[in-house]
Design a binder for this molecule. Structure first.
Ligand code: GDP
Ligand code: MG
Length: 381
């Protein structure tokens, strides 16, 4: 397969794209993206790229507008500062039970009401799971019962979160249709709840050893194609994860941040009111039938959230001292080296570990070793 599209991008467009990636504020991102769009030649081969760039730009403009109003002392902030082991946006249509769920699971004070638009602002609250906490965010309805109203502010929160819980009420006669509308709304704005169709994640590194491509799926292109595509963007050090069967265009979408994957749990709520008749969802989307009113079905939700976030807890310790009480929360597949880096150490010699990941207590392991959830790690420098 020949990769043609991005190689057509002029150097100027690539420079603007890098400027966009590096931009720290919404204003700078908008400016760089506008310049990027005007520097991209308009033809069949760049259609997708421009579509994604324009949708991202529209979203950024809305964020900017909200920020402006906030500065004037008006409306509330769109983003909620992250806390705990992960931020999870609870989204769904009006009256599905989002606030009831929030009130059952967290310490947050929320308004529960049969009035469909009773929740007007996003509200965070902490949910305890074993020795860690997740930050849940209750949100206003994302779509209306009728009509085409879509809440872009909720979409922005979903995009910024680490995972999504979609709440659908079983008292809604067309609950499967309603769920489909929520999922379509998310996908149209580049928020994917499944990786099955295909997804590319690009993690850029400042330095390092080139392009490392990891295949979790079977795309119709090769590692060479990925390297060529990235080098046309002047990206020479990156980890590229490929899921499902994406196309090479998805590289563009991923670079521009237009497509993002969010691990998702669907909760079919109000099981006390109505029977659940099954749902056809992608394999990698977890769903549960629950009642926010009685608590039924919610027993393992903490464990489920922990699992979809793909994180682990590591208790670090110093020699001859007990392990830290508060775990370090890190990616499930993080190595000893990455754990050391997050606690600001680079010259690791070896580590000693205790727990599920260890063959025996105090096993000596190297920097590339991957400890398991709840392991105790003593790093030696
Ligand atoms: N029977 C029953 N009613 C529920 C359940 N969860 C929420 N409700 C009711 O549904 C209405 C809307 O709930 P609310 O949490 O405000 O929904 P939201 O608009 O999604 O935040 C309220 O009258 C709740 O009491 C449930 O599991 N069972
Ligand atoms: Mg509500």
């Amino acid at each position: 397969m020949v990769y043609e599209m991005v190689t057509n991008l002029p150097a100027e467009a690539i420079a603007k794209l890098n400027k966009y990636s590096d931009a720290k504020t919404v204003e700078d991102k908008i400016k760089a993206l506008e310049e990027f769009i005007s520097a991209v030649p308009k033809h069949k081969g760049t259609e997708n790229l421009l579509y994604w760039a324009r949708s991202r730009l529209a979203e950024l403009r809305q964020e900017e507008e909200k920020e402006r109003r906030k500065k004037k002392g008006g409306g509330p902030r769109i983003f909620i500062e992250k806390a705990g082991a992960g931020q999870i946006a609870i989204i769904g249509p009006p009256n599905s039970g989002k606030s009831s769920l929030m009130s059952r699971l967290t310490n947050a004070k929320v308004v529960i009401s049969p009035n469909p638009f009773s929740t007007t602002d996003p509200i965070p609250g902490m949910m305890q799971y074993e020795d860690i906490q997740f930050q849940l965010i209750d949100t206003p309805p994302i779509i209306s019962n009728e009509g085409n109203y879509v809440n872009t502010r909720v979409l922005a929160i979903a995009r910024n979160s680490d995972a999504i819980i979609i709440v659908i009420g079983l008292d809604d006669e067309n609950y499967l249709n309603t769920l489909k509308r929520v999922i379509d709304t998310l996908e149209k704005r580049g928020i994917m709840i499944s990786m099955q169709k295909g997804y590319i994640r690009i993690i850029k590194h400042r330095s390092g050893n080139g392009i490392n491509v990891v295949f979790y799926g079977k795309p119709k292109f090769t590692e060479e194609d990925v390297k060529k595509a990235l080098s046309s963007y002047r990206i020479f050090n990156a980890t590229v994860e490929i899921y499902g069967e994406p196309s090479l265009d998805d590289i563009d979408a991923s670079l521009i941040n237009a497509i993002t994957y969010k691990p998702t749990i669907v909760l079919f709520n109000k099981k006390d009111l109505n029977n659940f008749k099954g749902a056809d969802l992608p394999k990698d989307v977890l769903y549960k039938v629950v009642s926010a009113k009685t608590g039924e079905g919610l027993e393992d939700l903490g464990k489920d959230i922990f699992n979809i976030l793909k994180i682990k807890r590591i208790y670090t310790k110093k020699p001859n001292a007990p392990p830290d009480k508060d775990p370090l929360i890190i990616r499930e597949d993080a190595t000893i080296r990455e754990i050391a880096e997050t606690i600001n150490h680079s010259n690791i010699k070896y580590a000693k570990i205790w727990g599920k990941g260890a063959k025996y207590d105090g096993q000596r392991v190297g920097p590339d070793f991957i400890p398991k959830d709840k392991d105790i790690v003593e790093i030696r420098f």
